[in-house]
Design a protein around this ligand. Structure first.
Ligand code: BTN
Length: 148
């Protein structure tokens, strides 16, 4: 009986420990960023590709904002618990395109967070205006739960 207790302790640690260390960041779902923009990412296919929709809270134009499609992919090393990814938003209400790239992290509190950088390419009528056609920035996304 004296030897059984340490054995059970080691066994339970071996079973529980892997689960503790391997909280995975999953892209699929609804997200909100620091500007108040919302996006929904659908299920990933076998190649790590996904599609979804983006509802931006802000715009460089005066056009009425519309929900716009996004397409992207997660890096193929899907065993990784904090994967890198990229996606493109083809804006439905303007002539612009934004590309985002980033990494899906699990923070110290166990919360998923997407750290991204983006390039927003606006349309210009003249090549002379090319120099001012691309904006760059960062966005941080957190997961939106169903009641939020
Ligand atoms: C446009 O202005 O032509 C389209 C909308 C662009 C919205 C940008 S994309 C980068 C940044 N992050 C957001 O959530 N919205 C802005």
């Amino acid at each position: 009986m004296v030897q059984v207790t340490p054995f059970l302790l080691v066994l339970s640690l071996a079973l529980v420990a892997p689960g503790l260390s391997a909280r995975k960041c999953v892209l699929t779902g609804r997200w909100i960023n620091d500007l108040g923009s919302n996006m929904t990412i659908g299920a990933l296919n076998g190649k790590g590709e996904f599609s979804g929709s983006y509802h931006t809270a802000v715009s460089t134009t005066t056009n009425e904002i519309q929900i716009s499609p996004l397409q992207g992919s997660q890096h193929r090393t899907n065993q990784k618990s904090q994967p890198t990814f990229g996606f493109t938003v083809n804006w439905s209400f303007s002539d612009s395109v934004t590309v985002f790239t980033g990494q899906c992290f699990v923070d110290q509190d166990g919360k998923e967070i997407l750290k991204t950088m983006w390039l927003l390419r606006s349309h210009v009528d003249n090549i002379k205006d090319d120099w001012k056609a691309t904006r760059v920035g960062i966005n941080v996304f957190t997961r939106l739960r169903s009641q939020e």
